[in-house]
Design a protein around this ligand. Sequence first.
Ligand code: 6R9
Length: 572
Amino acid sequence: MESKVLPVIQGDYTLKDYDQMVKNFSWEDVEKEFSWHETGLINIAHEAVDRHASSYRKNKVALYYKDASRKEAYTYNEMKRMSNKAANVLLNHSTLQKGDRFFIFMPRSPELYFALLGALKMGVIVGPLFEAFMEGAVYDRLSDSEAKAIITTPELLDRIPLDRLPHLETVFLVGDSIEESDKFVDFNKKMKDASMHFEVEWLDRESPTVLHYTSGSTGKPKGVLHVQEAMVQQLQTTRWVLDLHDEDIFWCTADPGWVTGTAYGVFGPMLAGATSVIVGGRFSIDTWYEAIQDYGVTVWYSAPTAFRMLMGAGVGPMEKYDLSSLRHILSVGEPLNPEVIRWGMDVFKMRIHDTWWMTETGAQTICNFACLPIKLGSMGKPVPGIEAAIVDDQGNVLPPNRMGNLAIKKGWPAMMRQIWNNPEKYESYFMNDEWYVSGDSAYMDEDGYFFFQGRVDDVIMTSGERVGPFEVESKLLEHPAIVEAGVIGKPDPVRGEIIKAFVALHEGYEPTEELEDDIKQFVKKELSAHAAPREIEFKDKLPKTRSGKIMRRVLKAWELNLPAGDLSTMED
Ligand code: 6R9
């Protein structure tokens, strides 16, 4: 693995010629596949479920579900029935109507997916939450969106401050021996009796579907609203990027509380009529490898943090399982360190394909495609139909190899349409009414590959040079002692900022002064003197979001003794 470019490896690839596709592609051609292109009658749950239930895919498994206590499978026809039942339960036992907000706050289970699809069949806006949210996080989201109903479990109920949420009329509970009242409805009991027929609400392409709250570095979380039309891009990227075919078994490891868990945990694969695996419960190395083996997973979409944990565990646990069904692996959420890609080449004999996108983009936008060579450290090229560029702070497009704001030309199908309750915030994302500015800093090389540098706020200025934390972190990860690294700029009277690294060590390594020196020398020698950390702090664990992102602003706040801002998305 000397070369920095990984060539294409043989495979079964939908997108065979990237350049050709970029030239000839139009989103309208994808739209034509959906009957709503002519009729104007749209419902994403119809397209994802019912359409297949009345096709040759009727008895095909849509969803395999597994956790510590359940192992189930649902065909497209069964998904249609269960989501119809869920829609009837929501309709008959609450005042929810088209456009109202309905939240999901529970661990992964088949019921979660029935409720999600059922609500969408009614034209209700769904707000998915991580089950680990505490009371403050739940309150902020439910009150901002004036949610009318929620589905949860009895265990989570005391994190919903009912007395402070006057709009919240109905609580659907999933669990045993539920005591019902005006407010509380036993979801499973009602499911048993509900009709399996439901007439979906027909909507237009701009009708809202899901509301994902994401947190920025300052202020309260923002409600990012997606619309029906997003399905066009979700379907097409599922083909081009995930490369899903009818016979594939697809596993997206993300929770629906994160946009990845809805866009590619539900919509993409179901719009494509594929078979998905869902594994409930917490991350565990054995459970994960076992899921790949037992279901024969062929396409696997996960995140760098999970890959790093698997990598850290070594080949021991892996050798117990047959992982030979895998043919395509992808990553999202954080920069994919070259070290992780090398590990993938080593143990899976496959490239791991990085994909860059955001809650706000609603679907994948910059990706490594199976048909293209991969440049280590790059997140790839724009999805055909997406125009991406690096712009300066005035919105001028910068030439190749200049670091700047990663931006996307406004108007792609899955683009967010609103920040809930906050039109000024929404407008602030767009520059000159032309570019959506992501808040990420990146550069594009002369071949059109994009390289992530960090959040704009995270870029470090040291002795007059801009250093992206990702590059330093990736180098640190190549050191044999380090399993995880987070890098920040620490204010310094002489250099402006100096580089400080927080690192977690592999088992068997002790934090010593020798090791600290060795790490500094390693980065100095392998990367550059100016990018080498001047300070290193050893940590058992780094602060991360529930979607696995290292929270550099928390590291910075620790370092400077400042308030860390909104921590609702931080893992325990
Ligand atoms: C899908 C998702 C968005 C932010 C984004 C960026 C980071 C995501 C990345 C990546 C480097 C990648 N990010 N994918 N950074 N390489 N392949 O993650 O959405 O939770 O809204 O986060 O995540 O900083 O701006 P979201």
